[in-house]
Design a protein around this ligand. Structure first.
Ligand code: PEP
Length: 252
């Protein structure tokens, strides 16, 4: 049984005062039936870890360097995130692939570093609108998966987030059929590469304009084990109904 996961990506949003939202999520979900993760900007990681102490909420980073330390101004290593109390890190988000030219090889090296530091890597894959319209979606996802996921992946240390680039922050959501097709494909690829044990234990998240009003529909799709949520994770009032919908999907 894969435990469901509701993960929030705050991107470059959040000041100290927003730790109040972290506190509210903890208070609203004292005994959640799903795993909860918030990935704030790195300036808030240790503050969020303190706020979440003693609660079920886990805190993660949004990126890490592939190396442990060195002359890399502005970067942060996986072990630094772990040292600050983070337990996970988002890697290969499409905004990092686009803004920082990150390749899938870069993402694989970072994921290996995350695993070595004891972090769970949330590895993102997703096609652009042009690629979808050219009917290349599964080829793109297959290529990103094989190059971005390291051989060190297990069900405990790796989560895959399918995030169609055209659905991120746009208000557009992939249809249940589109999501199901890609998630079933990812599951089959993982099983083929890692065997049934690991392949069936890695959790698959959908991301792309998940909101309180579409969450239940998305969580009813096969092989959807939760969501990576951007905008709607910034406020507890928006994130809570998504968490509730995920908890509700356990009994479907
Ligand atoms: C994301 O940042 O990963 C994301 C899916 O954003 P949004 O939910 O805002 O589309």
């Amino acid at each position: 049984m894969r435990r469901k996961l509701a993960a929030g990506n705050w991107k470059m949003n959040g000041l100290m005062e927003d730790l109040e939202q972290v506190r509210s999520i903890c208070v609203a979900h004292t005994d959640p039936a799903v795993d909860l993760l918030i990935c704030p900007p790195v300036t808030l990681v240790s503050g969020a870890v303190k706020v979440a102490q003693g609660h079920a909420l886990q805190i993660g980073g949004q990126d890490c360097h592939a190396l442990g330390a060195g002359a890399h101004t502005g970067d942060i290593s996986a072990s630094m995130l772990r040292d600050a109390g983070a337990t996970a890190v988002i890697l290969g988000h499409s905004e990092r692939r686009a803004d920082h030219d990150e390749s899938s090889d870069d993402v694989r090296a970072k994921a290996r570093a995350a695993h070595a530091a004891g972090l769970m890597a949330v590895i993102c894959v997703g096609e652009s609108l042009t690629q979808r319209e050219a009917a290349n979606t599964l080829d793109i996802i297959g290529g990103q998966l094989s190059s971005s996921v390291p051989d060190t992946a297990t069900g405990e240390n790796t989560v895959i987030a399918y995030e169609p680039c055209w659905a991120i922050g746009t208000g557009l959501t992939a249809s249940p059929d589109q999501i199901g097709e890609v998630h079933d494909f990812i599951r089959a690829r993982l099983e083929r590469r890692f065997g049934a044990g690991v392949g069936r234990s890695v959790r698959l998240l959908y991301g792309g304009s998940v909101k309180p009003d579409n969450a239940a529909l998305i969580f009813g799709v096969s092989n959807v084990d939760g969501a990576l949520v951007g905008g709607a994770s910034l406020k507890q009032a928006d994130f809570t109904p998504i968490i509730n919908a995920l908890e509700g999907s356990i009994h479907i």
